[in-house]
Design a protein around this ligand. Structure first.
Ligand SMILES: Nc1nc2c(ncn2[C@@H]2O[C@H](COP(=O)(O)OP(=O)(O)O)[C@@H](O)[C@H]2O)c(=O)[nH]1
Ligand SMILES: [Mg+2]
Length: 352
């Protein structure tokens, strides 16, 4: 990933990290732990990878040290985003693609990001079943993401988890998101290649258009092609692609009809993804997308830090008090905002 090198030409190199120089003793210990964990993860230890992803989810105080240790090793993985309505077959497609990539000798990481299903819900159990083929494969790491306590929420936890898997040496990383809202669309847009998956007879194509995921699709999958109505769905999709404004790009998203449960046309899907990867390289789009991803990541961390500074975190009553006065007509909103900004703490913990 481009975080290390993403500053534009002509801009000054970043100052030496004074934070590391003045690390208090406890932080020193945390930093050493983090470096050790990252080393173990890079050595192929799946438990170390799992631990790192948990620390990301928790918004651990070690996050800063982890990200520092991870940064120089990341930037090699190919990131695939799979999005679509619940039940269209995202997990099944992920599992089928994992099989294809494993046959090619690639190590694969997968993150399922589903804000609509609770962490311990049935969806995850179902996913376990769908991922069973890979359960004992040390070179496959699959994880459902939750964001307990992460200040930046999914918006910054996901790219950070991705960065961890990237540094740990997974060649392909797949992110599965439910395409239901803006947040998920944003997560999907973190990928190098985004697959929008629909299934016949679910009105998914229409939903996809509504949620704005049509614009971010690099490739469409009509899964459950064994079901009635698959041809109609393909036609609907073709019409929608024809109408969409793609003037900014010379990549025309292909449609692949799959039966993911039987692995049908999944090799073809992988081939189309290879073609997209080649196009990304040729067009310079990969570089642009990775910079975009790094920018969103930095932005999410900075916004989390700002929120902490102006008292917008749980347990901080400053915003609440001011809001009460604004609601009562006691203070105008601009003056209230000025007060918040003026009272910003000089230092804040930017841990997530
Ligand atoms: N008939 C049929 N069922 C499928 C196909 N792919 C997945 N399914 C089933 O659809 C259900 C939902 O699949 P899942 O991968 O969990 O969907 P997700 O919610 O999008 O991740 C499961 O019962 C799968 O077995 C397919 O190609 N054909
Ligand atoms: Mg799923």
């Amino acid at each position: 990933m481009e975080t290390v090198s993403s500053r534009g030409a002509g801009q000054p190199a970043p100052r030496a990290n004074t934070d590391t120089e003045r690390l208090p003793r406890r932080r020193d210990g945390l930093a050493a732990d983090a470096v050790q964990l990252v080393e173990r993860a890079r050595g192929g230890d799946p438990r170390a990878v799992a631990r790192l992803v948990s620390l990301v989810e928790d918004g651990s105080p070690q996050l800063r040290a982890i990200m520092q240790a991870v940064a120089p090793c990341a930037g090699r993985a190919r990131v695939l985003g799979l999005t679509g309505a619940p039940g269209v077959g995202k997990s099944t497609t992920t599992s089928a693609l994992v099989s294809v990539y494993r046959r090619q000798g690639r190590r694969v990481g997968g993150l399922a990001v589903d804000p609509t299903s609770p962490f311990t819900g049935g969806a995850l159990l179902g996913d376990r079943v769908r991922m069973q083929d890979h359960a004992t494969d040390r070179d496959v790491f699959i994880r459902s993401m939750a964001t307990r306590g992460h200040l930046g929420g999914l918006a910054s936890a996901t790219p950070q988890a991705l960065r961890v898997l990237d540094a740990a040496g997974y060649d392909v990383i797949m992110i599965e998101t439910v395409g239901v809202g803006q947040a998920e669309v944003e997560v999907a847009s973190l990928a190098d290649s985004t697959l929008v998956i629909v299934a016949p007879g679910m009105g998914d194509a229409i939903q996809a258009a509504k949620a704005g995921i049509l614009e971010i699709a690099d490739l469409f999958v009509v899964n459950k092609a064994d079901r009635d109505g698959a041809q109609q769905t393909i036609r609907d999709l073709r019409n929608m692609i024809a109408m969409a404004d793609r003037s900014g790009s010379d990549w025309k998203p292909p449609i692949v009809a799959t039966v993911a449960v039987r692995g049908e046309a999944v090799d073809e899907l992988a081939a189309k993804l290879d073609a997209h990867a080649a196009w990304l390289g040729r067009s310079g789009e990969r570089e642009r997308r990775r910079r975009y991803r790094a920018a969103r990541e930095v932005e999410a961390i900075a916004l989390g830090a700002l929120r902490a500074k102006i008292g917008m975190l749980p347990g901080d009553a400053r915003l609440d008090k001011l809001a009460g006065r604004v609601a009562d007509g006691d203070l105008d909103p601009y003056s209230a905002a000025d007060e918040l900004v003026a009272a910003m703490k000089p230092t804040a913990d930017t841990r997530s």
